[in-house]
Each structure stands twice: as structure tokens, then as C-alpha cells.
Unconditional design. Structure first.
Length: 383
């Protein structure tokens, strides 16, 4: 049954994801972020999503948003990754660091970050649940929930054990709607079954649904030559019931303008458009790409500092667009690895740390072997 009245129902449905902020020479381009914040708020949108682990995102949003706008004019969400530390004291100290970094005084939406698999045990071991309930009682958190990249049975178990969770943040995009590993549809339906509203993450699949292969792109262009590929993906997620907000990790003003246009006078997908999306999904399912969303969780623990998501990005250029893209992909491989001071695929010692944290369950070690076979002898890629 459709949710008619739920937490966050009236929040404007585009959220500003702060994971991929624009950068100049490695540093956040704070002036552009300020312009993006201004544009976003002027257009009537109010929800900002950061996290302890998004590099300098929390500090940047203090400068671009918190220090410049009344606190009650927006909602700020952030996340606690307690699986990054060894003790309960360290985990709890992160919360104070977040208050200091953001200067926000309190958090409107606060999430236990990336539950699922072995990570859930950290939140149990440190009893993060009662710690955050206490922060909520103190007024430092308005609404408490969690993000998860796992499967629907894990989501069911957590929501059953913790009915105090007010919302859940899940991956949701049309390409992975029926995916057996990511389970967008099953996770969506599970949240609805528990009457828990959803914050959508990765509606454009980490940007992968922007640059579509020709056959898929043609289907969208035929249906509407004026609509961007991102707008189709966002409208798909935003047409569902029970959604608090759809996060988009916007990296520049152009992306923000396009997204604002999509959500201003928002039109849900009609039946004919859903049929088009299903055809696009069929085209994408034919492609044997690596389903990496560039979340970067794997990079932190890699003892060899291998540029895992960047390597997959280069590989996918070839997998998606064919062998004629191999020269350009070779340069991309060099740029993503040595160009960023990181190691290439042949440095892998097969320790498995990356695979234990990958939310997409990618067989990273095997894929790195494929990457080395693809690029290893390429002088452009190895220079
Ligand atoms: S298996 Fe390879 S890529 Fe993964 S963490 Fe270990 S060294 Fe890094
Ligand atoms: S390989 Fe997995 S953990 Fe690493 S960036 Fe890609 S999706 Fe994230």
C-alpha cells in the first residue's frame, strides 16, 4: 500500500550529495561550491548530504552553507562510519568531530553509515544504536536512520531488530532495479513493507547512467530528444512512492542546473516512458562491464595504494564502447593510476581487503588481473 503521510514527505525531492564536490588541483573548489549552494537554495531545494568519510566535505559545507544561511533554512545529513575505528571511544568521538567540522549545531538526518555484511557488527559491538538514541534525546539529532548497500534480507533483519530507525538510505536506479546483487527493487519493497521512508542514493549509478552506450542512448533520444540521460534516471527514482529525497552527487554548476530543471515542475514517468526505460535496461544488461560506483570504500584499506575504481573506469571504457576506445582507455588508465600517484593493477598482492568492503560485491582481484591483461603491455598506460 502506498505511503500517504511519512517523514520527509514535504522536503523538495532533489538532494545535494556532497561526495563528489568540484576540485581544482586536488582541493575543493569552494567558490564553485558556494555558487552551487546558492543556486540550489534559490531554486527551492533544501537537503544536503555529507559524511564523516567524504574527505573535506563536512568542512566545505560549513564554509559554503552553514556559515552563510540561517540554520532552519535547510536540512543537513551526515553519517557515522564506526567500522573505521577500533574502540567505542573513538567511534563516539567522531560525532563531536562532525559537529565541530560542520558547525551545524545539530543534524537533521543522521545515518549509521554503510551497514551490511561485517560492518553491522561494529555498530553492535560499540552499541552505537543507544549512543545515537542518546544524541537524539539531547536534540543533536532530529531523525535517525542508516544507509546500506546490502541485500533485502539484511535490510529486513536490521529494520526488524531496530524499529526505532526512522528512514533508510539505499541504492536505487533503473539499471540495477532487478539486479540480483544490488537488489534495488527488493530493497525498495522491503523498506515499504516496514513502512520506512527512503533516501535514494546513486540514482544515476555514480554517473554511469549519464554516458550510455549508443544503442541505449538512441532509445532515450528517440523517446525525447530534449531530455538528458541523467533526467531519465532521476525521474525513474523520484516517481516512486515513499521517497524523502533523491541524492545526486553534483560536481559542477552544469549538472546542478540540469537536475534542478528535472525537479522543477517534476513530472513522474508515464507508462510509455517506463517501457522505454525497460528497453534501455535490456541494452545495458547485454554489456559485461564492471559495476563499480566509485564509492572509494576499497581504496582506504588497500596496502598497495591501487587505484581500484579508476582502473575499472578505464576498463569500462573498453567494455562499454569497444576495442576502438582502447587507446583513449590506456591514457585514462595511466591518468587514474600514476597520474594520481597510485599503483596499477599488477601491484595487487591478493590480500582481499578490498573485496571485503566492496558494496557491489565485485571480484576485484580477478578484475584487476583482467585490467593488467588489457593495459599491461600498453606503453601509454604504463609510462
Ligand atoms: S587484494 Fe589487491 S587491490 Fe585489493 S586491497 Fe589487497 S592489494 Fe589492494
Ligand atoms: S570496487 Fe567496489 S568498493 Fe571499490 S570503488 Fe568500486 S564499488 Fe566501491
Amino acid at each position: 500500500m502506498a505511503m500517504t503521510d511519512y517523514l520527509g514527505k514535504d522536503i523538495p525531492k532533489l538532494g545535494f550529495g556532497l561526495m563528489r564536490l568540484p576540485r581544482i588541483e586536488g582541493k575543493v573548489d569552494i567558490e564553485q561550491v558556494k555558487q552551487m549552494v546558492d543556486l540550489f537554495l534559490e531554486a527551492g531545494f533544501t537537503y544536503f548530504d555529507t559524511a564523516y568519510g567524504y574527505d573535506d566535505s563536512e568542512v566545505s559545507i560549513k564554509e559554503a552553507l552553514v556559515d552563510r544561511y540561517p540554520r532552519e533554512s535547510y536540512q543537513l545529513a551526515t553519517k557515522l562510519p564506526v567500522w573505521r575505528v577500533e574502540t567505542r571511544e573513538e567511534a563516539e568521538a567522531m560525532f563531536d568531530v562532525q559537529l565541530e567540522r560542520t558547525g551545524a549545531g545539530y543534524f537533521d538526518y543522521y545515518l549509521l553509515h554503510n551497514l551490511g555484511a561485517h560492518r553491522t557488527a561494529y555498530f553492535d559491538r560499540f552499541d552505537t544504536w543507544s549512543f545515537l538514541a542518546q544524541k537524539k534525546a539531547e536534540g543533536l539529532i532530529k531523525h535517525l536512520g542508516f544507509s546500506i548497500h546490502g541485500k533485502a534480507d539484511e535490510l529486513d533483519a536490521i529494520l526488524t531488530a531496530h524499529p526505532e530507525m526512522e528512514f533508510v538510505q539505499i541504492q536505487l536506479n533503473y539499471a540495477d532495479w532487478e539486479s540480483p546483487s544490488i537488489q534495488c527493487r527488493a530493497n525498495y519493497e522491503m523498506a515499504m513493507q516496514h513502512n520506512v521512508p527512503i533516501i535514494v542514493m546513486e540514482p544515476v549509478k555514480g554517473g554511469n547512467l549519464v554516458e550510455l552506450p549508443k544503442t541505449a542512448l538512441q532509445l532515450l533520444t528517440n523517446a525525447n530528444p530534449n531530455a538528458s540521460t541523467a533526467s531519465w534516471a532521476l525521474r525513474y527514482a523520484a516517481s516512486l512512492n515513499g521517497i524523502i529525497v533523491n541524492l545526486s552527487g553534483m560536481s559542477d554548476l552544469a549538472q546542478m542546473r540540469d537536475n534542478i530543471q528535472t525537479f522543477t515542475d517534476f513530472k513522474p514517468l508515464i507508462a510509455e516512458e517506463r517501457t522505454v526505460i525497460e528497453a534501455v535496461r535490456g541494452e545495458l544488461d547485454k554489456l559485461p562491464t564492471v559495476p563499480c560506483t566509485s564509492c572509494d570504500y576499497c581504496i582506504e584499506g588497500c596496502p598497495e595504494n591501487i587505484a581500484i575504481p579508476g582502473i575499472f573506469e578505464a576498463m569500462n571504457l573498453v567494455l562499454r564502447y569497444g576495442e576502438d576506445r582502447k587507446a583513449g582507455a590506456g591514457f585514462e588508465y595511466f591518468w587514474q593510476t600514476k597520474g594520481h600517484g597510485r599503483a596499477q593493477a599488477d601491484a595487487c598482492i591478493e590480500c582481499g581487503v578490498c573485496e571485503s568492503v566492496c558494496p557491489q560485491s565485485i571480484a576485484i582481484i580477478d578484475e584487476l588481473k583482467h585490467a593488467d591483461a588489457l593495459f599491461g603491455a600498453n606503453p601509454v598506460a604504463r609510462r
